[in-house]
Design a protein around this ligand. Structure first.
Ligand code: ZN
Length: 432
């Protein structure tokens, strides 16, 4: 069996569902292998059981370190929705099966194999190569990435970081595989809204019903027309897509954001949620709580909004917009988690190595820059000026992609083996 398959199977069996995380067990698993291979490592415990681990192969120092970043925790898996044990790590029908197979223990194993390969080769890299597996990414990184960079920044200075976020996808564009690299991601702006009102008997409605006031204000906010915003990443994305999506030709010619916005609107593409999220700030009303009895007018209402901001948009400005649009001074707004979106430059030598490697290893594919609509540990590095690229050299189907945070998460043995091979080559190029 391919060594990577065996390691991934065993890694999936370590249940690191977050919450609670229990990444200490994952770190111990990795540490055992580092011990055997004679690799220097260190662990960091932010809270009991919440452990991150960093291993290093020292280089000549000609270049700033390269960090292979991954997270050990996974999102919960409901066994009822899976056709196999989500923590069984079974290999069946050519797939390694289980929670984390793609997000992101599978990718971590590709990084890990590339890391081991460099160590085993005995070559001295031009830069320190660091393997970093964090805790708590799926719950915002407070006990992982954020903790590490706030308290141990010296261990994590780097010239470039590779993280999850880019995949090769079959079926996204006609006849070709799209290989995505993600230099940017949107920023979360999660808000809690609360409003007080006046209680009363449901048989005599009055105008100070907290829930009615809240829903009316939310209606105004959700009806707001949010503009299409084109960033350098999305501009490049659609320019490259123009070679397969012919309706984008006028944009490929004039390069004007207004043209792109118009074409996206006319084509109906903005009706595709994932595409819409790439070019707009989005607001999703996901929680609403109020009232305790059908015949009592509630005097309190609470709503939680999941807002995601395009790079370049400021959290403070958007909160002002929310406040204005709600148009109800009695609604209190409190951020739960808010961070500006993050983007890395795409004209760096390291980025060009990544792009060229994808083009060479996947000939005929369309290499695209993408803006992630989710957020990851990347932001903690980008905030400190360190470039991070979402990069994963495998090709998966749209169907497989949907198993991330969904049911029956799995990775094909072929994709895993190929991913290890390409990752190893990329690390060699970046360390040469
Ligand atoms: Zn992930």
């Amino acid at each position: 069996m391919h060594e990577a398959v065996d390691i991934l199977s065993r890694y999936i069996r370590i249940n690191t569902t977050n919450p609670p995380g229990n990444e200490a067990a994952g770190a111990r698993f990795l540490a055992d292998i580092f011990e055997r291979e004679g690799i220097e490592y260190r662990t960091y415990e932010s809270d009991p059981g919440r452990v991150s681990i960093r291993a290093v192969i020292h280089g000549s120092g000609a270049k700033e370190p390269l960090i292979l970043l991954n997270h050990m925790d996974v999102v919960p898996a409901d066994p009822a929705g899976f056709s196999f044990d989500p923590f069984g790590g079974d290999v069946r029908d050519g797939y390694v099966c289980g929670r984390g197979a793609l997000d992101m223990k599978g990718i971590a194993v590709m990084q890990f194999m590339a890391f081991l390969a460099l160590k085993r080769s005995g070559a001295r890299p031009c830069r320190d190569l660091i393997f970093l597996a964090t805790a708590d990414e799926e719950e915002g990184g407070g006990k992982g990435g954020e903790f590490l960079l706030e308290n141990h920044f010296d261990d994590f200075r780097a010239g470039v970081v590779l993280n999850e976020g880019g995949y090769g996808i079959a079926g996204m564009v006609p006849d070709r595989v799209a290989m995505l690299i993600a230099p940017a991601e949107k920023g979360p702006c999660w808000l809690r809204l609360t409003r007080r009102g006046v209680p009363g008997h449901g048989s005599a409605p009055h105008a100070q019903n907290a829930l009615e006031r809240m829903t009316r204000a939310l209606g105004r906010l959700l009806a707001a027309d949010l503009p299409v915003i084109i960033t350098p990443t999305t501009a490049a994305y659609f320019r490259d897509l123009a070679s397969v999506w012919k309706f984008l030709a006028p944009y490929a010619e004039d390069g004007r954001p207004e043209t792109l916005a118009r074409l996206l609107g006319e084509s109906g593409l903005l009706g595709i949620p994932a595409l819409n999220a790439m070019v707009r700030n989005t607001i999703s009303l996901n929680m609403l709580a109020s009232g305790s009895k059908i015949n009592m007018i509630p005097d309190f209402a609470e709503a939680k909004l999941d807002i995601r901001l395009i790079p370049g948009q400021k959290v403070g400005d958007f909160i002002s917009f929310v406040k204005e649009t709600l148009a109800d001074d009695e609604i209190m707004i409190e951020p739960i988690l808010a961070a500006d979106a993050s983007a890395s430059a795409i004209d760096t030598d390291d980025f060009i190595v990544l792009r060229d490697a994808l083009q060479e290893h996947f000939p005929g594919s369309l290499v695209l820059l993408s803006l992630l609509s989710g957020f990851s540990d990347s932001r903690f590095f980008r905030e400190r000026g360190i470039p991070v690229y979402g990069f994963c050299p495998i090709v998966i189907t749209m169907d497989e992609l949907s198993t991330i945070h969904g049911n029956d998460e799995r990775i094909s043995v072929g994709a895993l083996a190929r991913g290890c091979e390409v990752y190893e080559d990329v690390v060699r190029r970046l360390c040469k």
